[in-house]
Unconditional design. Structure first.
Length: 143
């Protein structure tokens, strides 16, 4: 039986740039970094002679993401759209979406929307993009 979501894997083009974004801007802490190769990783991911760096990162309550930087078997980055089929974004609760928006904009982080109040007044929301193109939803719950 499924117990809970363990982590979300995110393939990156530039590991250093993505690490900076997820640690400095999103508040994740690196919990484990590994260079992986050999029969186990080849078998579970379905490749031959794979070499990948994986970095597991956690937030305050244990939520985890895993960045994957493929040293071999790298593919080109395809444009992503918010309405693509399959997983499209990660959502994070923030204390002030306006403050995060201002801070992220100062660092040149691309937004696809301005902070906007939901029609029911329950939340203020904005979407930005991580360096590898993952859409990030920032949600401030209105008390």
């Amino acid at each position: 039986m499924i117990e809970h979501i363990r982590h979300t894997g995110i393939v990156v083009m530039d590991l250093d740039e993505s690490l900076q974004f997820y640690t400095q801007k999103m508040g994740f802490v690196i919990s484990k970094r590994m260079d992986e190769s050999g029969s186990f990783i080849d078998k579970i991911l379905g490749f031959d002679n794979l070499n990948v760096t994986t970095v597991k990162m956690t937030l305050n309550e244990g939520q985890m993401i895993e960045l994957l930087d493929f040293k071999t078997h790298k593919t080109e980055q395809l444009p992503r759209r918010i309405n693509d089929i399959g997983p499209t974004h990660l959502a994070f609760t923030v204390s002030s979406v306006d403050d995060v928006y201002e801070d992220f904009c100062k660092d040149g982080i691309e937004f696809i929307s301005l902070p906007t109040l939901s029609p029911d007044g329950y939340a203020k929301v904005a979407f930005c993009k991580a360096p590898e193109g993952t859409y990030i939803e920032l949600v401030e719950l209105i008390k």
